[in-house]
Design a binder for this molecule. Sequence first.
Ligand code: GTR
Length: 329
Amino acid sequence: MKRLKTSAFVGALAATGLALSAVAAQAAEWKAWNIHVDGYPNTVAMDKFAELVAEKTGGEITIKNFHAGVLGSQPDAIEQVRAGALEVGNFNLGPMGPTVPETNVVSLPFIFKSPDQMFRVLDGEAGEIIAKGMEAKGLVPLAWYDSGARSFYNSKHAIMKPDDVTGLKVRVMNNDLYSGMISALGGNPSPMAFAEVQQALKTGVVDGAENNWPSFESTGHYEVAGFYSLSEHLIIPECLCVNADAWNALSDENKAAIREAAEESAVLQREEWNKRSDTSKDKVIAAGVQFNEIPDKSAFQMAMQPVYDGYLEDNPDLKSLVELIQNTE
Ligand code: GTR
């Protein structure tokens, strides 16, 4: 039997005299976590996602977005979506690494050649392995968002070679791989939540951090860290994820509708991302940030060998996944 949309369903129930309270069980409101502020590509895309989900499920599922990290830090939010306290999250795969070893592969510095190659990887077999790893831990990825490439910035000096990182206190996301990455360059890693970085830069608790252009700009970090050096050492995908139990409880019709909504939101996110990367870069340079390219990144890449060795020692069975990514054109 074809499923009825909510309004028709309510009408049918009323006609048969059933209690309306039974209807409430059919409709669900999902809470969604997002770290970014208004106008950020991911925020725009999540608002679109909410709009499309309501439309495409005929109001059976609605999404309430909580932007700007008001529901807490990213590592906590990942656990909350896994536990079902929240249903949806737009997560960077970086802070997910400690929970889902398969996702950690994307946190190996320089593993991707470009964001385009990253999306080709995600659309192929490696993407399936990563998605399965997430599902096994209670997170279903619906679509992949762009987050460009991350580069180093700091308040002291331009970075041209690994030695320039020596002695710098650098904020990293919560993941031992990133601490290992900074240590391998001779810096002092400081794992910290995103929301705390601005203050830590201001007070000198850290000298620098690393992120893409839009986050460097949207957080105001550029106001206190005036050197941005284009290392592009990490290209990390982000997912629009849903709690596995909430997902599995859906009808096939609603699953298809929500996946379609997620994919459409990802198309919008990637368009917005490209625009915002340019405007953010222009804005911070106009504000006086000294920006430098690093023409030869091979010394940085070579310095990352201990990070790869450590990862493969801990996860010998994921060697083929690393190679699969490295061999993807
Ligand atoms: C941003 C990313 C966020 C968060 C943040 C960070 O680029 O979109 O999800 O991971 O970086 O550095 O904590």
